[in-house]
Design a protein around this ligand. Structure first.
Ligand code: ATP
Ligand code: MG
Ligand code: MG
Ligand code: MG
Length: 470
């Protein structure tokens, strides 16, 4: 049977609809209800106020396929792209939710039956984790799924205890893993080798059953709730017989489009660059279609960083002309029906990418030459001086993480403290210049506000630090 990500999405939503869940469309990537969060990074974000009881709707069970971006904040997978087979910056999270309706004893069977019966995943490939004290969940897995004890792994770390924030709803979680076989490196959860891609987490079930208070005490919630998240691309890869998200139909089409646009073999040694381009194309296109535009601050700067990173990978493929915008029609063909906002924004996405790529191209080429020349003068393994990284940033428009990405392939790092010192020095100079300019009143006030609010080139990083709510 050939399956597609589109089929899997429909089957998942249809299954929960059949089981009494309201099908709720994906919310935008820019969260409406949470100014502290940079991007929607999981399926529960739009439902946050239902879990805390601030908001009520006329349903108590919901299912959704939520657009997510994890390129900053507590969940930052930007640096994983191109290095693991299972992380994207943009992905779709399928989920089912109970707002004080059913709890563990129904959530576990619902999940198990969907993957083993509806999707036909063989039971002997599956492992689950539970929080070490959650005997209840372990017993349900044993009884309903018939899993032997050694496949119900007890984990004592925060990985299996979820908290909405320092206070508020929280509870143990349970993760479902698929074993892709010993030809792939990696160990089961809880083992020292679990970072590999052999045992892949496909679905995370959260059992919200306590409320945490400021003094650290916890009280049971009167009506416990359920929040689950399954990565569409990870589950899709599994259904398509691979451990690799980039082997799914949508990602393959994009990788092949990138190969076509650059004339470089899609599955040869340069494959990693195609992967990064395919991944970053999705995050940038979806962000733009949700109203984010590249800029030097806040969300726009995160977008710009992702775009520019991708452009360096296109450069490494030898692309002479802008590449990213040419892949947009392929993405729209694959995903435009499920996400009409993407189809509507196609022209804007193409133009934004083309403009940014054209503008950045010249300074990218010159900056990379400067970087190469600088590296040639450094001793083996030495850090790149912070001042050089700052010059690349200030004169050539290289976001710090682009420089770091370029160095990582060569086993080097940036001296970040030096970079920050150079940045601080420039800010101090700018402030002094304003103070003596005669129009200082307005400018200085603006600058103070900007500093206080963190509205600087680096709002991206600053806000991310403040984030961490999820
Ligand atoms: P991992 O430990 O593999 O990084 P996670 O525990 O951070 O995953 P969750 O926050 O539990 O992930 O998200 C729920 C589900 O969303 C995961 O089980 C996985 O299927 C999927 N998922 C999470 N992060 C990504 C990502 N960066 N790209 C693709 N899918 C993801
Ligand atoms: Mg993660
Ligand atoms: Mg995990
Ligand atoms: Mg998880």
């Amino acid at each position: 049977m050939t399956v597609s990500l589109n089929d899997i999405r429909s089957t998942f939503l249809g299954y929960f609809e059949k089981n009494g869940h309201e099908v709720v469309p994906s919310a935008p990537l820019v969260p409406r209800n949470d100014p502290t969060l940079m991007f929607t990074n999981s399926g529960m974000v739009p439902f946050k106020n239902l879990f805390t009881g601030i908001e009520h709707r006329d349903y108590t069970r919901a299912t959704s396929c939520q657009k997510c971006v994890r390129a900053g904040g507590k969940h930052n997978d930007l640096d994983n792209v191109g290095y693991t087979a299972r992380h994207h910056t943009f992905f779709e999270m399928l989920g089912n939710f109970s707002f004080g309706d059913y709890f563990k004893e129904d959530a576990i069977p619902l999940a198990w039956d969907l993957i083993t019966k509806e999707f036909g995943i063989p039971k002997d490939k599956l492992y689950v984790t539970v929080y070490h004290t959650d005997d209840e969940a372990a017993a349900i897995w044993k009884k309903h799924a018939g899993l032997p004890d050694e496949r119900i792994i007890r984990i004592a770390t925060d990985d299996n205890f979820w908290m909405m924030g320092p206070t508020g709803p929280c509870g143990p979680s349970s993760e479902i893993f698929y074993d892709h076989g010993d030809h792939i490196w990696g160990g089961p959860p809880g083992s020292p080798e679990q970072d590999g891609d052999r045992f892949i987490e496909i679905w995370n079930l959260v059992f919200m059953q306590y409320e945490q208070f400021e003094d650290g005490t916890r009280r049971p919630l009167p009506k416990p709730s359920i929040d689950t998240g399954m990565g569409l691309e990870r589950f899709g890869a599994t259904m398509m017989g691979s451990h690799d998200n980039y082997a799914t139909d949508v990602m393959r089409d994009l990788i092949e489009a990138s190969a076509h646009a650059t004339g470089v073999d899609p599955y040869g040694p340069q494959n990693v660059h195609h992967r990064v381009i395919a991944d970053h194309l999705r995050s940038t296109s979806f962000l733009i279609s949700d109203g984010v535009l590249p800029s030097n601050e806040g969300r726009g700067y995160v977008l710009r960083r992702i775009m520019r990173r991708a452009m360096r990978h296109a450069h490494l493929l030898g692309a002479k002309d802008p590449v990213m915008w040419k892949l947009v029609p392929v993405l729209v063909r694959q995903m435009g029906q499920a996400y009409p906002e993407l189809a509507r924004a196609q022209k804007l996405v193409e133009e934004t990418l083309r403009l940014e790529e054209t503008r950045f191209k010249q300074t990218l080429d010159r900056g990379l030459s400067l970087l190469d020349a600088e590296l040639a003068t450094l001793e083996e393994g030495a850090e790149l001086p912070g001042e050089t990284a700052f010059r690349l940033y200030d004169t050539y428009g290289f976001p710090l993480d682009l420089t770091q990405d370029a160095l990582r392939e060569r086993g080097r790092a940036v001296n970040v403290a030096g970079f920050e010192a150079a940045m601080a020095e420039q800010r101090a100079k700018a402030r002094a210049a304003w103070a003596g300019s005669g129009e200082q009143a307005d400018a200085a006030i603006w600058y103070d506000i900007a500093e206080a609010e963190g509205v600087t080139e680096f709002l991206g990083y600053d806000t991310e630090k403040a984030e961490g709510q999820l």
